[in-house]
Design a protein around this ligand. Sequence first.
Ligand code: GAR
Length: 208
Amino acid sequence: MKNIVVLVSGGGTNLQALIDAQKSGIIKNGRITCVISSKEGVYALERAKNNGIASRVIPRKEYSDSVSYSKAILEALNEENADLVVLAGFMTILDECVTKAYEYKIINVHPALIPSFCGEGFYGLRVHEAALEYGVKVSGATIHFVNEKADAGAIILQGTVDVKRDDTPETLQRRIMENVEWRLLPKAVSLLCEDRIDIIDGRAYVRD
Ligand code: GAR
């Protein structure tokens, strides 16, 4: 059974999707053992509490830079004996001291089809604003490994939705969450817990 540690910064609907998937048996060979938040008072922490999952708050604002913050996260992950780390709406870029120590063990959900609308500055609603501004006709979400560059690690799963003419960033975000993120994130977590992802030449492939 792998220890899954989920990192959050906000409302935690993706965390909820993971909790629900765990309850319904979709996640095989893993369980969420800890939730770590970069902010105090966020609803994701309530979700952890309501489901009897331990949580920690490591506030980003208490650290002067990304390296010192990442060192604190690394220490917590080591203490929690994390086998798999899931960034589920975690709005802080982690330094390589974490990504190298947990190579191919950290995954992120990004609300666009990487390599579009990703990298530094593209997070949350900003991603959907940029997609609508560009006028793309499909968008979606990507589950990918986390490496030292923002949103640049190997892609594990992607899913798409149609963009509608009258979409707002909020309606597009919601459609992508409901149809892609909440479905594919638990799927990717289970695939990793079952050791069903192969890495070949830096690319990720799902083994049947
Ligand atoms: C999700 O849409 C997630 O893909 C996005 O933030 C939202 C968090 O929602 N993540 C990023 O933009 C990371 N670059 P949640 O807190 O309800 O899961």
